[in-house]
Design a protein around this ligand. Structure first.
Ligand SMILES: Nc1ncnc2c1ncn2[C@@H]1O[C@H](COP(=O)(O)OP(=O)(O)OP(=O)(O)O)[C@@H](O)[C@H]1O
Ligand SMILES: [Mg+2]
Length: 236
């Protein structure tokens, strides 16, 4: 579904990611973990077309999308749940969902909204409420719902659990599990190694822009000390 070949990206002279190669199959969850400044968000934003690619290739279902502008990527099945959620505070829950569905027709809009309200009944209850009045956990649900409005094949989720009550995190992860069972490929950025290891099929550790460890979740469990040591080196 998604293949990265030697992907590098950054900001002018600053390199945020060096030579990341991986494949992500339909229905699989890949966790990208690493300390602050490791390049996790830059990677996600580069896939979305919002951070400059310095080299390498991004293939989506075999098609090279490396040079496509950001605005062309959602309709190809790529959706993002950004770091910090970034819901539109002044718009209602329902309006935020409509914004997320700008690439689909009216019928799909209604169908997707109904499905999202099934995933997150709290959003249905609060559909007429301003997004800014929601709790952090509810805003995260809305950010996920907004991304799902475009029927993504690949969902990029940046820092799902950060700052949220564990119960809300559990509810969000439950939905991600259902999505992956339905065939959506998910790339998950997490600060919580525990969460990442328990949800993911594949784990990739980044440190200062370099890939320092990559392997299956089973291998990650077996090498937990190694991974924690890698993360500990830079988190101090
Ligand atoms: N807009 C920007 N301009 C210049 N450098 C940036 C910019 N955004 C990020 N960087 C740099 O790129 C590197 C990677 O940052 P990035 O935000 O991708 O890390 P991260 O792993 O998501 O960290 P965090 O866990 O804090 O969210 C850091 O050195 C950071 O200072
Ligand atoms: Mg980040």
């Amino acid at each position: 579904m998604l293949e990265l070949r030697d992907l590098s990206c950054g900001y002018g002279d600053i390199t945020a990611l060096r030579s990341l190669s991986l494949t992500l199959d339909p229905g699989k969850i890949l966790a990208l973990i690493g300390p602050n400044g490791a390049g996790k968000t830059s990677t996600i934003m580069c896939l979305a077309g919002l951070v400059t690619r310095h080299g390498g290739e991004i293939l989506l279902a075999g098609k090279d999308i490396s040079n496509l502008p950001a605005r062309a990527r959602p309709s190809l099945g790529l959706a993002i749940v950004p770091e910090g959620r970034r819901v539109f505070a002044e718009l209602t829950v329902g309006e935020n969902l409509i914004v997320g569905g700008h690439t689909v027709d009216r019928l799909a809009l209604q169908r997707n909204q109904a499905r999202i309200f099934e995933y997150f009944p709290r959003l249905r209850e609060r559909r007429g409420q301003h997004a800014g009045s929601l709790s952090g956990g509810e805003q995260q649900m809305l950010a996920i719902g907004r991304a799902l409005m475009s029927d993504p094949k690949i969902l990029l989720v940046d820092e799902l659990s950060l700052g949220l009550m564990p119960k809300m995190v559990d509810e969000c992860y439950e939905v991600l599990t259902q999505l992956s069972a339905a065939g959506v490929a998910i790339m998950l950025v997490e600060q919580s190694t525990e969460r990442a290891l328990s949800a993911a099929d594949h784990v990739c550790v980044l440190e200062a822009g370099n890939v320092t460890w990559q392997g299956s979740a089973t291998a990650a469990h077996q090498n937990k000390e190694v991974i924690e040591a890698l993360l500990g080196t830079n988190t101090g």
